[in-house]
Design a protein around this ligand. Sequence first.
Ligand SMILES: *Cc1c(COP(=O)(O)O)cnc(C)c1O
Length: 423
Amino acid sequence: MSAKIETKCIHEGWKPKKGEPRQLPIYQSTTFKYDTSDEMGRLFDLEEDGYFYSRLANPTTDAVAKKICELEGGYAAILTSSGQAANFFAVFNICEAGDHILSSSSIYGGTYNLFGVTLKKMGIDCTFVDPTLPEEELAKYIKPNTKAVFGETITNPTVSILDIEKFAHLAHSHGVPLIVDNTFATPVNCRPFEWGADIVVHSTTKYMDGHSVTLGGCVVDSGNFDWTAYPDKFPGLTTPDESYHGITYTERFGKGAYITKITSQLMRDLGAVQTPQNAFYLNLGLESLHLRIQRHCENALAVAKFLKNHEKVLWVHYAGLEDDEYHELAQKYMPSGTCGVLSFAVKGGRQSSIDFMDKLKFISIVTHVADAKSCILHPASHTHRQMTDEQLREAGVEPDLIRLSVGIENIDDIIADIAQALE
Ligand SMILES: *Cc1c(COP(=O)(O)O)cnc(C)c1O
């Protein structure tokens, strides 16, 4: 029987043998030694497993990738230097110029820009769709050159919930994989593979690290999508890679094809690696992830209820609230809780929201979320400040929306800080 998630958070990835360090060691080395030239040659041919250069693989980062893979219930995983790099690799591994992807429009601003602007410059088109549309409507936006469908389990900053099964069905009935960004829910609260997602991506910068220490990302493959069933759609996986001695990834690596291709092509050429030192910090965060997530959710629900009943608050979005429009989806996909992030607005418009934030004492104004320390941001003044009120509304971000990331401090102190700032 496989271990429960709490135990996996602590024990997966690094399993020391006799006399080895109990804690994951930091292999602070760019390179690894071999005895003969032939041994090294076999590694380059991917004929043998082994480390040779830390841009491709390193024992510390590999151990942490393995832990996240086990938490998600995946087949293989790779760490990246940031969440942005993870999302880019996840898509670019199966798309090239002339291809198209379909993405939920309610996604993180950085990903929206990556898909809508930067991928476009590389010849990959993205159609953004309202994720609440019925499947038949969504299907109208799939094209013959569509190679992937994308969504976020819990969206940043609007905290809506993705109907993962609907999106998986849409993707699979058109022969493409569903890629899900599971950053806010984390595998402690939701495991998208159990609902049909094929690839999961993370910004490990958020709850997984959890202490605002280190940027990072991760791509996890379930191993469930059969690329060989659609060889014309995914030639990069199903035909020989001339840049790698004519290896055909699906033939040689089976369920490991997708992640091996990221390592041996994208990491080799683009080099967005996570350093062993950063992976070590990330691993410390992962060890307490299950405890922190539980407290984040308890605290956020209490804050959401407090705000809901406060006369100076206009509205609150938190899927943990029973009357929230996403409560039902949250109950289905993440019954033990959603996350610590919620959004709300203070009565009186944009300026009242700003005045409220300026009066807070320990809840700090930072461009960050999903951290042990409570923090707050006003997207219209910060992350989205170049947009007009009209553009903000189009992106689903109200000009008075405040994004509050509830930390793991004592709940009475958090509520007291919010209460005095509202007065
Ligand atoms: C922060 C975030 C990202 C980007 O991650 P970085 O580590 O900042 O590059 C992507 N997706 C979501 C949902 C995020 O919250």
